[in-house]
Design a protein around this ligand. Structure first.
Ligand SMILES: NC(=O)c1ccc[n+]([C@@H]2O[C@H](COP(=O)([O-])OP(=O)(O)OC[C@H]3O[C@@H](n4cnc5c(N)ncnc54)[C@H](OP(=O)(O)O)[C@@H]3O)[C@@H](O)[C@H]2O)c1
Length: 292
């Protein structure tokens, strides 16, 4: 089935709906916005780089003249900036929140809030936004769509090193953060009743690997483009997440080995109940000091 046919049978008009998306300027973000624009949704783009975001807004409105596109700025590495954007979003009416911003192999440092920056970007900030806005989204019968990753499978949680700060491998911090984020969403759904979907795109070539050492990047760039799905197809899991919801441990991603093919809902295999409970307690411990 091609993308057009898939969209015809798996989506509906989003005219009159507003979607907030973080990380809209990235490889997947742009493709997600193209489809949302095609479906008639108004968009609120939450990006860190205003110039890039404005150029992206122009691209969208030149294709879809009838939709409204609003820009908000937030750096997921900076908690104050994340808190400020949440305050703005509390006063804007929207239906869907897509937590798509993410960073993988970037140089590691402590965030302004004291966490490993990769953990901060991929988990702490995304979770803070979701938990802060969940009651509003629930009231509006909306949904939170969270972009996870198959990398959650390959990163084991260490109770004595929540944010991975004493361990070296930066690529594993990413998987660790996604593991927290995905489990945190199931708990948020249970606690607040907000509808959620946990989605992942498989593997696709975007800027997410741009921070690899230049030689590694040059070597993997072309094979990645050939071997894996293009972002315009990989993003369909996110689109399915807008129209479908997930229960505990369900996630939506490519059907073949979680990497290739059209999206399908399946069950997470590697998270135990004990780990889920642990992550739930960590979520409270992280959220409360930021919120007060
Ligand atoms: N590509 C894959 O194979 C793959 C696989 C599994 C999951 N994912 C997930 O898919 C999502 C989108 O990634 P992508 O592949 O589209 O990567 P990408 O092209 O690098 O896009 C990432 C987006 O996140 C934004 N971002 C990064 N750091 C940020 C920060 N500190 N504050 C605010 N925004 C920030 C980027 O902004 P700038 O444009 O300003 O850099 C960009 O808009 C991520 O959550 C990623 O973890 C991707």
């Amino acid at each position: 089935m091609n993308i057009k046919k898939w969209l015809q049978s798996n989506t509906a008009s989003l005219k009159g709906k507003t979607v907030v998306i973080t990380g809209s300027t990235g490889g997947l973000g742009k493709e997600i916005c193209k489809i949302l624009g095609f479906l008639g949704a108004d968009l609120i783009l939450v990006d860190r780089n205003f110039k890039k975001s404005s150029a992206h807004r122009q691209e969208i409105i030149s294709r879809f003249a009838k939709i409204k596109v609003t820009l908000l700025t937030a750096d997921m590495e900076d908690m104050d900036s994340v808190k400020a954007v949440c305050e703005k979003l509390k006063n804007i009416k929207f239906d869907y929140l897509i937590l798509n911003a993410g960073a993988y192999s970037i140089p590691r440092k402590k965030s302004s809030f004291g966490y490993d920056n990769v953990f901060q970007i991929n988990f702490v900030s995304q979770y803070y936004i979701a938990r802060t806005l969940a009651p509003l989204i629930k009231c509006r019968d909306g949904k939170i769509i969270t972009v996870g990753s198959i990398a959650h499978n390959y990163s084991i949680i260490d109770k004595n090193d929540i944010d991975f700060s004493t361990r070296k491998k930066s690529n594993l911090v990413y998987g660790n953060s996604k593991r927290y984020l995905m489990c945190a969403m199931y708990k948020l759904c249970k606690d607040t009743g907000v509808e959620i979907s946990v989605v992942h795109p498989g593997i696709t070539f975007t800027n997410i690997t741009a921070h690899y050492p230049p030689i590694v990047f040059a070597v993997i760039k072309h094979p990645m483009k050939v071997i894996f799905m293009p972002a315009r197809k990989a993003c369909l899991s996110v689109i399915k997440g807008v129209f479908d919801s997930c229960e505990k441990y369900e996630w939506i991603g490519p059907r073949i080995f979680d990497v290739w093919g059209l999206p399908k809902k399946s069950m997470l295999k590697t998270v135990s109940e004990e780990e889920y409970s642990f992550i739930s307690s960590v979520c409270d411990n992280i959220f409360k000091p930021i919120a007060h």
